[in-house]
Design a protein around this ligand. Sequence first.
Ligand SMILES: Cc1ncc(COP(=O)(O)O)c(C=O)c1O
Length: 364
Amino acid sequence: MTPNALNFSGGPGALPATVLMQAQDAIVALPETGVSVLGMSHRSDWFRAILDEAEQNLRRLLGVAGDYAVTFLQGGSSLQFAMIPMNFAAAPQGPPAYVTSGYWSNRATTEAARVTPRDVLWDGRAGHYRQLPDLYALEVAETAAYLHYVSNETVEGLQFPVCDEPFAVPLIADMSSDFLSKPFDAGLYSMIYAHAQKNLGPAGVTVAVIDRELLERIPDHLPAILDFRTHVAHASNYNTPPVFAIYVLTLITRWLLNDIGGLGAIEQINARKSKHLYDTLDAFGGAVRIHAAPQWRSQMNVSFTFGDVRLDEAFVEHAHELGIVGLDGHRSIGGLRASLYNAVTETAVDTLCNALRQFGAAHL
Ligand SMILES: Cc1ncc(COP(=O)(O)O)c(C=O)c1O
C-alpha cells in the first residue's frame, strides 16, 4: 500500500481514494463544466448547486430540518472559539459554562475569556487530561448563556459518549475530530461545529449547524463577517468561500451516503478499527501506555507511547519503512498518535497493528 493509504495523521487527515481521484480530475476540469474547480466562480450556478447539495447531504446525515441553519465558514474551529462567545454570550445572558478536558477545549476556554467572563465547570489539567467528566453531573447555572465542550479531544485521544438527554441550557459542541463518525442526536444541540480537515475534506471550511432560536440573541454591533446571521442570510456565500474545500466536502458527503451507507455503517467500521488497535496495544501490557483512561478512549485518535522516546522514534521509523505515515504525537504531549478518521480503511489499521506486533516482538 502507498503512504497515502496508510496515513494516520491527526489532521489534515486521510481522505478516501475515490474522492482524491475525483478531486484530481476536478482540478484539471470539472466533468459538469469543463472548467477547473480552482477557477470556478463562487457566484456560478454550478457552485450554488454544490453548496445546496452539501447542505442537503449534511441535513440527511444528521437528520436536521429547517429549524437549524447549516453554514460553511472560514477561519477554522479556532475562529469559532471567539465567534461563539461574541455572538451568544452578550448581555443579558449569564456567563457561558466551559468544560476544559484537553488541549483544544483549553484553547476554546482561554479564547472565550478574552470575550466574556465565563465559568470553567471542570478542568482536567491536574490529571494530565486522561479522564472526562460526566456532562450530566456538572452543575450548570440556569442563567449560563450555553454549555461548551469538545466531543473528542484530538490530542489526548479522549471521547465523550454521545449525549442522549436534553440539557437545561443551550449545548454547543466542537465536534471537529469526530463529526460524522457515528450517529448522534443533533436535536439536543443548539450548535455543532467542525472543521473539515478530519472527517470532511481538506482544510479551509468549517461546518456550523445552529439552532435558529440561538441566532435571535446575537447583538447588533458585531462586524458583519463575525455575525453568524450574515452567513446564514447569504447562504454561506457572503464573501468568496473556499470553493475547492466545499466541493471536496460535498464529495465526502456523497461517499458517506452512497458508498458507505450513512452514519450507522461508518460507526461499525470505526468501532472495528479502534477495537483492533486498542486490543493490539493492550496486548503489550505495561510496555505501552495509552494516554486516555480506558473508559474515555477515543475511536478517532489513539495517543500512546512505548514510555521511552527512543522506542517511540524507532517505531515511527519502522512504520515509515512500511509506508505508514502520520504517527507523531502532538507537540504538547509527545509520544505517538494514530488517527483513525473515517477514510482510514480497516486494511490500513491491520497493517499498522501488524507493524506494532512485529516491532514489539523485536524490541520489547
Ligand atoms: C477538536 C479541535 N478543535 C479545534 C481545533 C483547531 O482547529 P483549526 O486549526 O481549524 O482552527 C482542532 C485542531 O486540530 C481540533 O482538533
